[in-house]
Write a protein that binds this ligand. Structure first.
Ligand SMILES: [Zn+2]
Length: 170
């Protein structure tokens, strides 16, 4: 970079710093949303350019991602927890899921929720862990069942027994 350019850059930085100090970041806060929308729009319009830029600055991008990642410890810990829960439950196989669905239909005639015993409409079904993964349940056939999404949601991380004994069951 030529001397002139780097001087100009420094000057611009200094100017921005002073200006921000003067306005107390108020303008920035106020215009955050529109600024974000604008830069998103720009990025979309220049996606090829962005791709090229990212490829050229791989290390820098990686470093930024790392910084961002460690700046949010909560999110990181939640991800880790989810990953370890999946590990705890053991591998969930397609065969097992198919068997759970097939046996449910065999037992009730139509796909039926094991909690409210009402039939389940299209796309309202969910795979239910009777003993939640978060409490040491597994992905094995015996621990799996079909329930409404809504029923599954209400049950949350209770065990089947806790849920049935509670008052949440309709
Ligand atoms: Zn239900």
């Amino acid at each position: 970079m030529s001397r002139y350019l780097s001087k100009t850059k420094e000057y611009a930085k200094e100017y921005m710093r002073k200006w921000r100090k003067k306005t107390g970041n108020k303008w920035w806060q106020k215009n955050k949303e529109s600024h974000r929308a604008n830069s998103n729009k720009w990025r979309k319009a220049h996606s090829e350019y962005m791709k090229e830029w990212k490829r050229k600055n791989k290390e820098w991008v990686k470093e930024k991602q790392r910084e961002y990642y460690y700046a949010k410890p909560n999110k990181r810990l939640l991800n880790q927890r989810d990953r370890s829960l999946r590990k705890q439950g053991g591998l969930l196989t397609v065969e097992t899921i198919k068997r759970v669905y097939k046996d449910n239909i065999k037992k009730y005639g139509v796909l039926t929720c094991i909690y409210c015993l009402k039939s389940i409409q299209l796309r309202q079904d969910s795979l239910e862990h009777k003993y939640p993964l978060s409490k040491g349940g597994t992905n094995e056939y015996d621990n799996l069942a079909i329930a409404h999404r809504s029923c599954n949601c209400r049950k949350n991380n209770k065990t089947e027994e806790e849920f049935r004994n509670g008052k949440d069951l309709l």
